[in-house]
Write a protein that binds this ligand. Structure first.
Ligand SMILES: Cc1cc2nc3c(=O)[nH]c(=O)nc-3n(C[C@H](O)[C@H](O)[C@H](O)COP(=O)(O)OP(=O)(O)OC[C@H]3O[C@@H](n4cnc5c(N)ncnc54)[C@H](O)[C@@H]3O)c2cc1C
Ligand code: FES
Length: 284
């Protein structure tokens, strides 16, 4: 396993798995298990390299398991398990001009789509947003595949000052012939992008992140409301037509285990998390 830290809370893991790298496609995700009794964590495939046989995950340490992974997943360690690739690949063909918007950590999952659209011959405009310049990552990676790019920051310390919706508006004003917008990030940001494109009737795709358990469509944990239908994000998505997504429902479901998540983090912290080194140490 390879690793790079982007900030105090965000880190990248590069995992050797030639079979997974061979079949992975933009828009898909994996479910990772750190230890034998560890919980299942869905993570988007942020990059893959078929020649080197690796997939890349970019992770934000928000709770117990993502913090434990931050502490224990070092160069040369292994995960207990990883299932995937899961979910439907993004649809890439038939698009001439696309704006790909990534907000915060969402910058990572939108990258494989940027590359796939470019390789399919589309004109690609990247709009990526961060709170400030210290949190910027993968700028060069994006510049390699984007025909145009706008960086946005909340405090104006890099690029234009403002949210990604400002960069999105600017891009749509300049490119009235945009076929599609892809927006990935926290639900609140995806909803804001959805409302920005709705009046212009531009097809908009978002990648939903409800709580997932099995990732196979069996448990019902990840159900989302899409228009009049109920869909399972793990098998019917995670990408959906943004203008049909019920974001209020998504946001209320994502927060429903907050108390249990808080307790799990507290138990782990009280058990001396900093002293534990029980991650499997075989190199991979
Ligand atoms: C399809 C998909 C792709 C994702 N891709 C990424 C990614 O590339 N990088 C990244 O950092 N995060 C990603 N996430 C979110 C990530 O799965 C959660 O941050 C992680 O599970 C939190 O676990 P925890 O124990 O650290 O935190 P907890 O304290 O358990 O949870 C913190 C928050 O994370 C979310 N969460 C918790 N458990 C799950 C779960 N089983 N499924 C989904 N969300 C959960 C909830 O919003 C919760 O409030 C993705 C989620 C989905 C559904
Ligand atoms: S995670 Fe169980 S149905 Fe999707």
């Amino acid at each position: 396993m390879g690793r790079e830290d982007f900030s105090e809370t965000t880190y990248m893991l590069e995992i050797s798995d030639p079979m997974m790298a061979h079949v992975a496609r933009a828009g898909q995700f994996v479910i990772v298990v750190l230890h034998e009794r560890g919980e299942r964590v869905p993570l988007t495939i942020a990059d893959f390299d078929r020649e080197r046989g690796t997939i890349t995950l970019v992770i934000q340490a928000v709770g117990k398991t993502t913090r434990q992974m931050q502490q224990e997943c070092r160069v040369g360690t292994r995960l207990f398990g990883m299932a995937g690739p899961l979910g439907k690949p993004a649809s890439i063909g038939g698009v001439r001009k696309v704006i790909c918007v990534g907000g915060g950590l969402g910058v990572a999952p939108v990258f494989p789509q940027v590359r796939a659209f470019k390789n399919a011959g589309a004109y690609v405009i990247g709009v990526i947003g961060f709170r400030n310049k210290d949190l910027v990552f993968w700028e060069e990676k994006f510049r390699r595949y984007c025909d145009e790019m706008i960086i946005c920051s909340d405090d104006g310390s890099v690029g234009i000052k403002g949210l990604v919706t400002k960069g999105l508006e600017m891009s749509m004003d300049k490119h009235a012939d945009t076929d599609r917008v892809v927006a990935i990030g926290p639900p609140i940001m995806m909803r804001a992008c959805t409302e920005t494109t709705r009046p212009r009737k531009i097809e908009t795709i978002v990648s939903l992140n409800p709580i997932m358990v099995d990732g196979t469509g069996m448990c019902g944990g990840c159900r989302v409301r899409i228009g009049d239908d109920v869909r399972m994000a793990c098998v019917d998505g995670p990408e959906f037509d943004a203008h049909t997504v019920d974001f209020d429902d998504l946001m209320s479901r994502v927060g429903r285990f907050k108390e249990q998540e808080r307790q799990a983090l507290e138990r782990w912290t009280n058990n001396g998390c900093n002293l534990r080194t029980d991650c499997n140490r075989q190199s991979s």
